[in-house]
Write a protein that binds this ligand. Structure first.
Ligand SMILES: [Zn+2]
Length: 208
């Protein structure tokens, strides 16, 4: 496996993640992470990142493992979830109109249709604009968000699923799409755990 940076997110998406981190941890918190890991050069140059420097899967994975290193597995997990949730609104600002999610026609659709259409649009965004590969499967009132190539757990090994940032991002997107409802979102398989794919299950019936 080539670890020199084979797969990438566009910088715009890297910035969205870093804005989420900044909101949750403050600038000082993000800076402190930079001193722990080779993220340093990226964070120091943020937000005026060198446009030729893409946001590699290695960097994405490192962001999360650094959180765990700094705050312990449980603390790091909680933070990654919150970063994912916080990053959603920056993502929406950047990509929402392109995906048609901010149009009135979308807002007026019934909830099940919105979940179906929204999940597909969201998956397309990753498939077309990043090297992350996402596949949607719908059955038994559930949406299975399969990440066939996942940056969050890239080249990691873990005892349990660790793609918490994606879980947070999906939680917040569901909250927004449904106009304030909360859904059960759980990662049930993870490549870092030895599974063939990272799978996040979304219950289509809201909890509240
Ligand atoms: Zn993963």
């Amino acid at each position: 496996m080539n670890s020199g940076g084979t797969f990438f997110y566009p910088l715009k998406m890297g910035k969205i993640i870093l804005l989420g981190m900044q909101e949750v941890m403050g600038i000082a918190g993000v800076d402190a992470l930079g001193s722990l890991a080779p993220l340093e050069s990226f964070i120091q140059n943020y937000p005026e990142v060198n446009p030729t420097q893409a946001f590699s899967f290695e960097t994405m994975s490192l962001l999360q493992s650094t959180l765990e290193q700094a705050y312990g597995p449980r603390g790091g997990r909680g933070l990654a979830l919150r970063v994912g949730r916080a990053a959603f609104k920056y993502g929406l600002k950047e990509y929402g109109s392109m995906l048609g999610l901010t149009e009135m026609a979308f807002r007026l659709l019934p909830l099940p249709t919105k979940l179906h259409t929204g999940a597909k649009a969201f998956a397309d965004l990753f498939n077309k604009h990043t090297d992350q590969k996402v596949r949607i499967e719908e059955k038994d009132n559930k949406i299975f968000w399969h990440i066939d190539r996942c940056p969050l757990c890239w080249e990691r090994k873990a005892e349990e699923p660790i793609c918490h940032l994606a879980v947070g991002l999906l939680q917040e997107s569901l909250y927004w799409v449904s106009g304030g409802k909360v859904f059960n979102v759980e990662e049930i398989a993870c490549i870092a755990h030895g599974d063939g794919v990272c799978t996040i299950v979304i219950d289509q019936i809201p909890l509240s």
